[in-house]
Design a binder for this molecule. Structure first.
Ligand code: FAD
Length: 570
């Protein structure tokens, strides 16, 4: 049990206000100042728009109902990728744009977005034959202007097996190796929200937009009404322009702020599961074509685990209830078992299974299937000025944000106003490094961390999650030795990350810490329930919870993990 007397709470002396006063100050600012732009929804889309507009000097408020990335943005395949799958459907412009954004993010957030090698084994009779894989990957390289980390290379069967010896040998006719990038979706979203805050935006999580504010019925939106979920306080936030970036909730958000938005959301559900990596035996990432139905899917390395995904079918539940189903689990396990002869995975091997809803824009004529609908985004303008954005991908979020911001500027001009700039020094989102991204190379960064941190897995974790800002985490461990240990023995998270999450990263709940600031809930069979009980006294000290509040927060954590990780019996 951690001693709840931890003096880890940072004081104003190091320039940072503790979390709760800082949050109260942000909420007070929301209610007293007026803004150029309010963004509803702190997924990757909303965080990206907030960063874009704040970097351009606008006065911005970003309001998130739950936590940053608590929706789809923490349920992705965690890839920043050109999208090989989209080649088949002819979405070449999307692959082109995604490849450019992949290149940019590799340099703007080199800690959070890092090259990942994929092997694509091809078997006799596969739906996607060898020539098509190789031709497709040549096109993939071309659409990246041959500026991907490395070009693809063709592999003979023995070349495939040299890289991934656990794969089925029988029927293997060859394959290819190509490159994309891996990310931490929740931390990429958080980094964008923090970047927006550092550029001057007021950024608040656990605050719900419950209504739009109109001077008279039918007139332009003048702001939104917000309820702080931690205190139930109501706040009116004033701005002439509102962006609805609530992903799979966007139709509901449009309805509560006025009339329907005019977007057509095609909710496409996708499930993933994680199993112990040694059971699958993959070394790197592997692109497989499921022998069951010919769908392209991924087997992805994630520390000691392998993530398998994804499925794709029209969402049958709403975004608040979406979970993996037994059918999803069976399909993913059977697909992998057919290609990894020693895996023999059963549902008992599943550490976690989860699902999310892709908020696809279905506005293009004839696109009614989730499998083929484009990941391109759509921006719809309502007559009272609400801009709703749907579609897109984690990978393209910066480009999408730039488009939304351009639409916001047009909206200002159309109302006769000049585009507001409230700061003199502005920055471009394709040049501004994300928080933690200022370092020479991962190798030199890891060397630097190794000087003081002696646990190799923790060194890697600090480098990849916090980049150049790792000293800000380590500072908590040096102030209090109790924070210098791992949270869970076999996972590389440092207890100092708990304090850092609260004091520096706006974490307000146990779920914020165990599901999104770290991935402990995804990586433990009890989804972090035992860990929640161990860290609760520390978090209670940091956030000033009473004993009964601590018990309530633990019950809320249990409810959250049941909501996310239970497998639906369908
Ligand atoms: P969300 O992340 O859902 O954010 C919407 C936010 O709005 C939520 O946080 C919600 O709490 C908030 N909200 C809702 N109502 C309100 C309200 N009233 N007030 C305030 N806030 C509110 N893309 C990739 O590039 N790479 C991948 O590997 C990849 N894999 C994927 C795999 C799957 C299975 C899925 C489902 C998607 C994948 N994607 C991937 C796509 C990508 O994850 C999504 O496009 C992206 O996360 C959508 O982000 P968003 O911000 O639009 O929506």
């Amino acid at each position: 049990m951690f001693a709840p007397t931890v003096p880890a709470r940072t004081s104003e002396s190091d320039g940072h206000m503790p979390q709760m006063p800082a949050r109260a100050a942000a909420l007070a600012t929301l209610g007293t100042e007026s803004f150029d732009l309010v963004i509803i929804g702190g997924g990757i889309t909303g965080a990206g728009v907030a960063r874009e507009a704040a970097l351009a000097g606008w006065r911005v408020a970003l309001i998130e109902r739950d936590d940053f990335a608590s929706g789809t943005s923490s349920r992705s395949s965690r890839l920043v990728h050109g999208g090989v799958r989209y080649l088949e459907h002819g979405h070449l412009s999307l692959v082109f744009e995604s490849s450019r954004e992949r290149r940019l993010l590799l340099s703007l957030a080199p800690h959070l977005v890092r090259p990942l090698a994929f092997t694509w084994p091809v078997y006799r009779g596969a739906r996607v034959p060898l020539w098509k894989v190789r031709a497709g990957l040549t096109l993939y390289d071309a659409l990246a202007l041959f500026r991907n980390v490395h070009g693809h290379s063709a592999l003979r069967p023995d070349g495939v097996l040299a890289i991934e010896p656990a794969l089925e040998r029988s029927g293997l006719v060859g394959g290819a190796r190509y490159w994309d990038a891996a990310t931490d979706d929740a931390r990429l979203t958080l980094a964008s929200a923090l970047a927006a805050r550092e550029a001057g935006a007021v950024v608040v999580n656990h605050a719900t937009v419950v209504a739009g504010l109109h001077g008279t019925p039918g007139s332009r939106l003048e702001g939104v009404r917000v309820v702080d979920r931690l205190t139930s306080a109501q706040i009116e936030v004033r701005a002439p322009l509102i962006v609805n970036a609530t992903g799979p909730w966007s139709d509901a958000t449009a309805a509560l702020t006025g009339a329907a938005s005019g977007t057509q959301l095609l909710g496409s559900a996708g499930a993933h599961l994680s199993v112990p990596r040694h059971r699958v035996g993959n070394n790197d990432a592997i692109t497989i074509v499921s022998p069951l139905d010919g769908r392209v899917m991924f087997v992805l390395p994630a520390g000691a685990h392998t993530i398998i995904g994804t499925t794709e079918h029209p969402a049958r539940s709403g975004p608040d209830e979406i979970r993996a189903t037994e059918l999803d689990v069976q399909y993913l396990l059977r697909s992998v078992n057919m290609l990894f002869p020693n895996a023999n995975l059963t549902p008992d091997d599943v550490i976690a299974a989860w699902a999310g809803i892709r908020p696809l824009a279905a506005a293009r004529a004839g696109e009614h299937s989730a499998n083929t609908a484009s990941r391109e985004h759509a921006i719809a303008r309502r007559s009272d000025g609400l801009l709703s954005v749907t579609g897109g991908k984690l990978t393209t979020y910066r480009a999408m944000a730039a488009d939304v911001f351009a639409a916001a500027q047009r909206e200002y001009r159309s109302t006769g106003g000049a585009s507001p700039v409230t700061r003199l020094r502005t920055e471009r989102s394709d040049h501004a490094v994300l928080p933690g991204g200022s370092f020479q190379s991962r190798e030199t960064l890891m060397d630097e961390i190794r000087q003081v941190v002696h646990d190799p897995a923790v060194v890697e974790r600090l480098a990849l999650a916090y980049g150049s800002r790792w000293p800000s985490v380590w500072a908590f461990a040096t102030r209090d030795a109790a924070l210098a240990h791992r949270i869970v023995d076999d996972l590389p998270y440092l207890t100092a990350e708990v304090a850092h999450a609260v004091e520096r990263e706006m974490a307000c709940t146990l779920s914020d810490i165990l599901i999104r600031r770290t991935h402990i809930a995804f990586e433990t069979r009890d989804h972090g329930r035992a860990t929640a009980r161990r860290i609760a006294p520390l978090v209670a000290t940091l956030l000033g919870w009473t004993d009964s509040e601590q018990a309530q927060r633990l019950a809320e954590y249990d409810a959250d993990v049941a909501r996310l990780f239970a497998v639906d019996p369908v």
